[in-house]
Design a protein around this ligand. Sequence first.
Ligand SMILES: Cc1ncc(COP(=O)(O)O)c(C=O)c1O
Length: 288
Amino acid sequence: MQVYLNGQWLDGDSACVSVLDRGFLFGDGVYEVIPVYGGYAFRLQAHLNRLQRSLHETRIPEPHDREGWQAIVDGLIERFGADGDASVYLQVTRGVAQRDHAFPAEARPTVFGMINPLHPVDEAVLEQGVAAIVREDIRWHRCDIKSISLLGNVLLRQEAVEAGAAEAILIRDGLVTEGAASNVFVVKSGEIITPPTDECLLGGITRELVLELARFHGLAVREAPIRELFLRNADEIWLTSSTKEILPVTRLDGKPVGEGVPGPVWHTMRELYVRCKERLRRGDKICY
Ligand SMILES: Cc1ncc(COP(=O)(O)O)c(C=O)c1O
């Protein structure tokens, strides 16, 4: 499959970036992951808005305007074809320069794009739910930026995998922030709650859609801080992300969450989300 690199379409196996690229040396870059259903990029403008924000916050010059990004995404989707779902990955680094921590005067951003098949989460996994562990949030203090520096997230996800779990749910100062690569929702007495966005967590596009769907359909929903004990006593816990959508957590640190099976509010939300995706697949502009 061809990839996009700095204005060129290249064979994915042979496309190369300099060893002096600041993404390679410092993790000095930002990225986006956009799901594609039936040839349509889901919530593309929201993803591009977040990419623009990440670039602004890291002071990396914007390499493309909206039309430019759209053309890259369209080019990737065209090369993938309309069969099957996919995920577009976009990455921008500060570029290639002699190694020095401070911003180089001359470097131009490196822009990379690729597309990969997106496999739906197994129905059997959705029926049972997944396990999660709780860990201290060891990451930096700007988790609102979708940075490619993901060492903290990588270490935490690996801990989860080694504990036989799908995700680590992170706690900072006694409060839930997010998962290693997902946002967190809990349900308590029928009410859906997720932590408000701040510099400690990423404003997930799926998180935002779940909030919109809940509000539009009149479900009880609130953005509020979640204490660790509240998480441990939740009736339901969900993880949201663009590639995994809405995953029910049914075991937390080895103990059942609620009844130990995906809960009724998750089933409702999952149905709303799937309907939304199906509308997009038909080419509808309106999602709900
Ligand atoms: C740390 C983190 N939080 C939240 C999310 C969910 O964001 P989105 O719904 O936009 O995929 C991700 C996605 O990868 C993530 O890495």
